[in-house]
Design a binder for this molecule. Structure first.
Ligand code: ATP
Ligand code: MG
Length: 424
């Protein structure tokens, strides 16, 4: 026998047994975003490396060490996308879309980063993201929070906390950067290797450091929120006002700076303590200067990305309502006459119970063999149509999981019975 081939480390198969939850969650997300007026956008998985370098910034973890890049024979460097925003911005500019008015879009798909694989951190992972172009008011920042908050409710997710911060204008950030560099320069001996490097390349990122030995130094550092420009302070105030009126709880985290270069003003993360150190499930913010930096006309923008693997892990960890299956019913039809009836009944059940999974027997075997198939399919109920049921214009319902007793009833009563037991 030849040697088996395995998948690449950090890149996973989604197996049929796990796909039910993924499909359901993806559907809930897409329906919700669509109901808020967002339209789907799909961009290629491969882009010019420059797209990501320019958007994300050279002095970021992604561009410094996490990208899958290669050279074409022409010499051009291409990369697998490590995130979605850069490509969406490239596409917006290329197709001149912001000129047509405010653009509200969402994307979904695989992203690739060469990281050390661990729980909640993979080399191929999946994000759903939202971007809005051309809306400057804090109302849209708040709408994104309203939409994500509503998503957690729909999924039955608990223990997620919203952390927010503001990075001010580019100018305020630039002058804060100097203040920060001055501060950290005074304590250079306490900085670790990473932070020393960042001191010249990207000093705000030092605030993001997880190194325990540096925490008190970081906590005493000057805060950006105290060096804001007036317009950004006002924008942040409005954002908080909306959140309060929407009853969305938040925590201000002055150390939240996000890993990517392009953010300004609002930044936010939805975090959980239920996933160890991979606690951020959804993150984003405003990036008002990126479109111009990528060669477009000045266009404000705000968005977020949600990590699907972490969301699924969390739903499973919490045994949330989304992990519950819809009921499945195996239709057992005995004898030739029952076959037509079983088709009619299956058709009525599909109409009346659109979320139920129906297995309409096609083996035409004995009572015993059809029940074996029902067990194998893991059906929750058997719905039996035999000679007696045909004569009485009834069906019999038998719970299969807890081995409950079989009951005969008319089809309408059976439908109501299933409606009362739609989740298992
Ligand atoms: P982290 O600090 O955990 O590395 P990040 O700042 O690099 O996250 P973003 O680039 O903001 O993450 O991506 C948005 C979301 O995508 C994250 O909050 C997370 O849920 C998810 N994500 C990012 N990287 C990975 C990965 N390697 N594997 C799985 N999910 C990921
Ligand atoms: Mg990262």
């Amino acid at each position: 026998m030849s040697k088996k081939i395995q998948a690449i480390r950090g890149m996973n198969d989604l197996l049929p047994k796990d796909s039910e939850l993924w499909l359901k969650v993806e559907r809930i997300i897409i329906d919700l975003f669509t109901s808020y007026g967002y339209k789907n956008i799909r961009t290629p998985i491969v882009e010019k490396t420059e797209t990501f370098c320019r958007a994300i910034g050279e002095a970021t973890d992604i561009v410094e060490k996490e990208m899958y890049s290669w050279k074409e024979s022409s010499g051009e460097s291409l990369s697998l996308r490590p995130e979605g925003t850069a490509s969406v911005v490239r596409s917006m500019i290329e197709h001149n879309l912001p000129r047509e008015g405010i653009q509200k879009v969402f994307y979904q798909g695989a992203m690739f980063r060469h990281e050390r694989p661990q729980k909640g951190r993979y080399r191929q992972f999946h994000q759903v993201g939202v971007e809005v172009f051309g809306a400057e008011d804090a109302k849209i920042d708040a709408e994104l929070m309203m939409m994500t908050n509503s998503l957690w409710k729909k999924l039955g997710l608990k223990n997620v906390v919203l952390e927010i911060n503001t990075l001010g204008s580019q100018e305020a950030r630039a002058s804060y950067r100097e203040i920060l560099v001055e501060y950290f320069n005074k304590y250079k001996d306490q900085l670790d290797e990473d932070s020393l490097r960042r001191l010249s390349s990207n000093p705000l990122r030092i605030l993001d450091s997880k190194n325990k030995d540096m925490q008190s130094l970081i906590n005493s550092a000057p805060k950006l929120i105290e060096h804001l420009d007036d317009a950004s302070a006002e924008h942040f105030q409005q954002f908080k006002n909306y959140l309060e009126h929407l009853d969305i709880e938040y925590k201000i985290n002055t150390r939240l700076v996000r890993g990517l270069d392009y953010y300004n003003r609002t930044v936010f993360e939805w975090t959980t303590t239920d996933l160890g150190s991979q606690g951020t499930i959804c993150a984003g913010g405003r990036y008002d200067s990126l479109v111009e930096k990528m060669g477009g006309k000045p266009t404000t923008a705000v968005g977020f990305a949600l990590g699907l693997e972490r969301l699924m892990l969390l739903l499973e960890e919490q045994n949330s309502i989304a992990t519950k299956s819809n009921i499945s019913i195996y239709i057992v039809a005995l004898g030739a006459k029952a076959q037509i009836k079983s088709m009619q009944i299956a058709s009525s059940l599909h109409d009346a119970l659109p979320d139920a999974i129906l297995y309409n027997d096609i083996t035409l075997g004995s009572f015993k063999s059809q029940f074996k198939k029902a067990d194998k399919a893991n059906a929750n109920y058997a719905l039996i149509i035999g000679e007696e049921e045909l004569n009485n214009n009834q069906v019999s319902v038998k719970p299969l999981i807890d081995q409950g007793s079989q009951q005969s009833m008319d089809l309408d009563s059976a439908i109501n019975y299933f409606k009362d037991n739609t989740k298992v």
